[in-house]
Design a protein around this ligand. Structure first.
Ligand code: PXP
Length: 255
């Protein structure tokens, strides 16, 4: 798959396998193996395999990255913080796709987006360095004007809009807040597209919130982990991927 290909009419699904590594690490040893999960996700129709190598290696570890690189047939989307260690690691691995994310040690998951507006020069240098390594770079940002404008100024070809606030409002059955957050995503998409940015979305998406987000015009990729792996506990990974893909396809058809 060419990561620089034109925007597909149906959003591609990136399956985040971090949570499989979290479960493995809870007991040490090798089981369950995130590489097996990636291969099952591919059999179910995943388009991209996404993982986050955190500074503290709390889930995905360096040897997982190496095994994914050499044994996983899918395009890899490498999520990482903007640090020298991670940029050097990405240059070694050379994944087709990179998503730069914020990282705080104490957080349970990636909270909030990357503050590109506050660090444009640093992010611009990272984008240039990764582009020189042949990686397509995406910036994981809050769906707001300042961050979108900064992402364009930093020279990133793509942004991934943080859908956490919208997904949480849907989970909490707060219809008013969900409507406001969905509008924020719509406005962000329009602004990103006007600036020529390819636009992705992710974080906290369940089957229900995926349906709405996938229907937004021009979303090229969705990156989903926790709810998809959670659903897999009941139906298996292949079927879970099929269920999410079906929701995405239906949203585009009916949306
Ligand atoms: N996109 C990015 C950039 C992320 O950091 C994460 C979480 O690691 C996700 C998507 C997936 O979020 P979730 O596991 O809540 O589906």
């Amino acid at each position: 798959m060419n990561p620089f290909a034109p925007v597909p009419s149906t959003p591609l699904l990136g399956v985040n396998i971090d949570h499989v590594a979290t479960l493995r690490n809870a007991r040490g040893g090798r089981f369950p193996d995130p590489l097996d999960a990636a291969q099952a996700a591919l059999r179910g129709g995943a388009d991209i395999i996404t993982f986050h190598l955190r500074e503290d290696r709390r889930h995905i570890r360096d040897d997982d990255v190496e095994r994914l690189r050499t044994q996983c047939a899918a395009p890899l989307n490498f999520e990482a913080a903007v640090t020298d260690e991670m940029l050097a690691c990405i240059e070694r691995v050379r994944p087709p796709m990179v998503c730069l994310v914020p990282e705080r040690r104490q957080e349970l998951t990636t909270e909030g987006g990357l503050d590109v507006a506050g660090h444009v020069e640093r992010v611009r240098a990272a984008c240039a360095r990764l582009a020189a390594a042949g990686c397509r770079v995406s910036l994981f940002i809050e769906p707001g004007a300042a961050q979108i404008d900064a992402a364009a100024a930093a020279g990133a070809p793509c942004v991934e809009l943080h859908t956490g606030a919208y997904a949480n409002a849907v989970d909490a059955a707060d219809a008013e807040l969900a409507a406001r957050e969905l509008q924020r995503l719509r406005d962000a998409l329009a602004r990103a597209h006007a600036l020529g940015l390819q636009t992705h979305a992710g974080h906290g998406l369940t089957l229900a919130s995926t349906a709405t987000v996938a229907a937004l015009p021009g979303i090229a990729e969705l990156h989903i982990g926790h709810a998809l792996i959670g659903h897999a506990l009941a139906v298996g990974i292949e079927q879970s991927v099929r269920d999410f893909k079906a929701v995405i396809a239906r949203a585009r058809r009916d949306g």
